[in-house]
Design a binder for this molecule. Structure first.
Ligand code: NAP
Length: 444
């Protein structure tokens, strides 16, 4: 691994030199183990500790198939899907691996008693399969997490609709939280040149997801002047949603839960901020009933901030705790666009507010290849910036996931995989200098 690192970090290594590097038979990866998938049975979600179920272990190096690439991973980042995997909710992810193993030749190697998790990376191409044309050894890349076969017509207008669509590192093995990773070649995109490895590795999943939810016609197709209520605006998805709304001429109303997070969203340019902890909203009066007065109170706070406007779009992901309120506060004809249910997936809302006021609920999941590419282009041009707030070494991945599970983080949490230290990997220092205060605003 040392030889790989020395070669790929030297600026003048040729494709042939990188291609001829010996690939080790095993590497270190952050894994969950099938044998432990019942370890939290009967416990409440908040008591399940990812630090107990995630381990950094030696795993056998997979063989890239014809359309696949083995990447040397310099850095990765924590996504909430790794929280779900590590607490085995809503189900252990090993079933996904077993199903994938039966689909295409070569996929059998994903069905293992371990799963290397992680759905983001920045790194260097090490080996390419025989059919790969878009990248070559030595290329500096980031990966989006859409793993797709595209042998069915269903996915040809929108690759997210392919029946064999999977999230890499969640529904596949050999994800990004390791020294090496196995990806489909069409997951790879150019690494933004002005960013360090760890900065480049933190945007792919959340930025692309927020882009589809808000900007794409497959999501809410936001337009200039739209008021967008953003839950968790200083979190992973929300910190990118806030930037996308501001970029597109919309008006974000950012919901956060602390003064520090309020400062962070203001530092991105948001002016309208709600601290949900200070407001003390309780949308559920007990386990079975919601309190419509609390929905109205949220609506009144939004109207006060916007001088009378209701949200054209509500950016949803907390799920059960907020969904009823989100449906209520959206304006007549507005859109509630949802990609998740962090606080519970059985949502309750008053349907009268939906149909009588002609609102729509749009389900959204990650992003298709084109949307992920467009989202990455915004990062590469310095129009959206990474929201990296903290970096851990690979050996401490479990502690990093624990922080995200406990909602103690801001923006994104990075992981150094092969990169020996932070700050490496910048190929365009001039562009970096121009955007430095924006790139680092979550780091202080
Ligand atoms: P994150 O970094 O933890 O951010 C989520 C934010 O939501 C937190 O910062 C928190 O902000 C807020 N929040 C948490 N619980 C809440 C509650 N009960 N009520 C209101 N706000 C709450 O996670 P993320 O990366 O943004 O992901 C969020 C969810 O989306 C996860 O469930 C994840 O699995 C899912 N997701 C889905 C996709 C997809 O493609 N379908 C993609 C990415 C993420 P405050 O405490 O400051 O309010």
């Amino acid at each position: 691994m040392r030889k790989i690192l020395e070669t790929i970090l030297s600026a003048d290594a040729s494709a042939d030199e990188v291609a001829s590097l010996p690939v080790p038979a095993s590497y270190l990866g952050a894994v969950v183990l099938e044998a432990e998938s019942e370890m939290f049975a009967g416990m409440a979600s908040q008591d399940k500790d990812p630090a107990k179920s995630l381990h950094v272990r030696d795993v056998p190096t997979p063989q890239p198939g014809p359309d696949e690439v083995l990447v040397a991973v310099l850095a990765s980042s924590i996504n909430y899907n790794t929280v779900w995997t590590s607490i085995f909710e809503p189900m252990p992810t090993f079933g996904f691996l077993q199903r994938y193993a039966k689909t295409v030749p070569g996929a059998e190697q994903h069905d293992q008693p371990f799963q290397v998790v992680g759905s983001d990376l920045a790194g260097v191409v090490l080996r390419t399969g025989a059919a790969v044309r878009n990248v070559k050894p030595g290329d500096r890349v980031v990966a989006h997490c859409l793993n797709v076969e595209l042998t069915s017509p269903d996915g040809h207008n929108d690759t997210m609709l392919d029946p064999e669509q999977r999230i890499w590192g969640f529904e596949t093995n050999y994800g990004g939280l390791g020294q090496l990773s196995l990806v489909k070649a069409n997951q790879l995109m150019p690494k933004p040149k002005h960013l360090t490895w760890e900065e480049a590795a933190c945007s792919g999943l959340v930025n692309s997801t927020a882009y589809r939810q808000l900007v794409s016609p497959n999501g809410a197709a936001m337009k200039q002047g739209d008021v967008v209520l953003i839950w968790g605006a200083a979190g992973g998805l929300g910190s990118y949603a806030t930037q996308l709304v501001l970029n597109g001429g919309g008006i974000p109303v950012c919901v956060v839960s602390s003064p520090r997070k309020a400062d962070l969203v203001r530092s991105m340019g948001a002016e309208l901020v709600i601290d949900r902890s200070a407001e003390g909203f309780r949308f559920w009066s007990d386990q079975h009933h919601q309190d419509a007065k609390e929905w109205k109170r949220l609506g009144a706070v939004v109207r006060e901030l916007t001088r009378g406007d209701d949200p054209d779009i509500v950016f949803e992901h907390p799920g059960r705790e907020t969904f009823g309120a989100s449906v209520y506060v959206a304006r007549r004809g507005g859109t509630i666009v949802t990609c998740a249910s962090t606080s519970g997936y059985e949502h309750v809302y008053d349907n009268r507010h939906l149909w009588m006021r002609l609102k729509r609920i749009v389900g959204s999941h990650f992003a298709n290849y084109r949307e992920a590419w467009e989202a990455n282009r915004l990062i590469a041009k310095g129009m959206v910036h990474p929201t990296l707030s903290a970096v851990y070494p690979l050996a401490e991945t479990a502690q990093a996931v624990r922080e995200v599970h406990a909602n103690r983080h801001n923006g994104k949490v990075g992981i150094l995989c092969l990169a020996p230290q932070t700050g490496l990997g910048v190929d365009d220092p001039e562009l970096r200098e121009r955007f430095l205060p924006h790139i680092t605003r979550f780091q202080s």
